[in-house]
Write a protein that binds this ligand. Sequence first.
Ligand code: AMP
Ligand code: MG
Length: 344
Amino acid sequence: MLTCSIVLFFISSCGIRERSKANSYSPNVIPFNDTLNVFDTFCTISIYGKINESYAKVCINEIKELLYKYDKMFSRTDENSEVYKINKRISDEVYVSKEVANLFKISKDFYKWSGGAFDISGGTLYTLWDVKNRTNLPEKSQIEEALLHIGNFDYDVHEEDNNEESVKITFYGDTKTIYDFGALVKGYACDAIKNLLKEKKGISAALINLGGNVFCYGKMLNREGGNFNVGIYKPFSNGEIAETVSVHDKCVVTSGNYERYFKIDGDNRVYHHIISPYDGYPTNNGIDSVTIISESGLLSDFLSTAVMILGEKKGRELIEKCKKEFGIDIDVIFIYSTGKIILK
Ligand code: AMP
Ligand code: MG
């Protein structure tokens, strides 16, 4: 369980607190809040609007249901999850939910566009670097073995074959490959929450913090430009803020090396959870964190991880490619281990 998120958010001077019952139709600047543990992290939900408490509860519960659903669906360890069953490769042909099929499909592009840096088929490697439970390096031979099973996109998503409920995927080739959507699922969940909130009358704004993924929905009525302020942590500090961004209707996603890591005696290197498929080791390119700001949760999540691995030059090329492909604005913040911060 992560004890702190890598992105902190600030709320207006009133702070986050429960709106009192007597005050339930008061100016819609005080949120209704809730918290939960999903995606192995502590998450918070705040919603704003001219809404009463019972309606707020309904909305928050629907958001929580969505989060629980995606947490379970994409889990690598839950024996009942779709991804777990795929990884067991009990059958080469599987029927999965549209959501899982969607991510399998787009992940092929993400792999191609990132030149192999972003690889959902790298689960053998990412499991080996289980930095939460590790205090020593894996054997070189283990890394070499894990590398044999990555970069496997030898599957077809049969969209033509789908019915209302499920989509067929056929897997060919290496059955030892492990698929891992940890770098995408939180962003994907934020997009689903956005679609849910759009259907809800009366909600003017919401802030969903999934520990490193901060989704700012709608406009804050008491703020200039309707913006939320989102603080980006200074890596390896005690909660200091390195930079603050002011945004609305954006997903602010940070990938960093300071969130889950270990060190070994006599070595200053940080062994963390974002792994370069090129050499099988955690990235070590001088970048401590990458923050991506865009209207798409999925893209922000994909890019923050991919750019961490690619570094600034190639990372910027990938961002440009995505801007063109999806026609959206994408901003980036690099924080280097030297302390240097590069905006945009
Ligand atoms: P994020 O926090 O979004 O940057 O995602 C980190 C998680 O993505 C890790 O915990 C792994 O599960 C997974 N991961 C690590 N390296 C990669 C990679 N090169 N490509 C795709 N996913 C990765
Ligand atoms: Mg990511």
